[in-house]
Design a protein around this ligand. Sequence first.
Ligand code: HEC
Length: 108
Amino acid sequence: MKIIRIAVLTCFAASASAWAEDDIPALWKAKCESCHGADGKAQTKQGKKHKVDDMTNEKWQANWTDDKIKKIIREGSKDKKEMKAFPADKVSDSELDGLVKHIRSFKG
Ligand code: HEC
């Protein structure tokens, strides 16, 4: 009996572990969507409250280069504490690249 119980518990732990690596939409949903919205328009309660920019805007896309996007995700915003830093233990390098691509997909 004891062995079965351990097996069941182990199973649970494995399935409860975070999203599969590089599942960017899931990552966006879990860590970014509450402020930036599912579509990047920031039409959420938090997004409106903090006047977060609309990422689908063409000017926004032109102004925010890949490097700038990566920098603010890694370091956070100096002006608004809501946009906190996501260091490598929160967002891996490959996830960071994926997030940039995800943000580009909001364009247009
Ligand atoms: C609690 C709210 C919140 C969460 C969660 C959040 N952000 Fe932000 N984000 C902001 C705010 C507010 C700004 C505007 C910062 C400023 O004006 O300096 C911002 C700015 C940005 C910017 C710079 C572009 C701009 O319009 O200012 C990028 C890129 C960005 N966020 C990406 C992300 C990503 C990727 C995630 C998830 C890993 C995330 N954010 C999670 C609130 C949030």
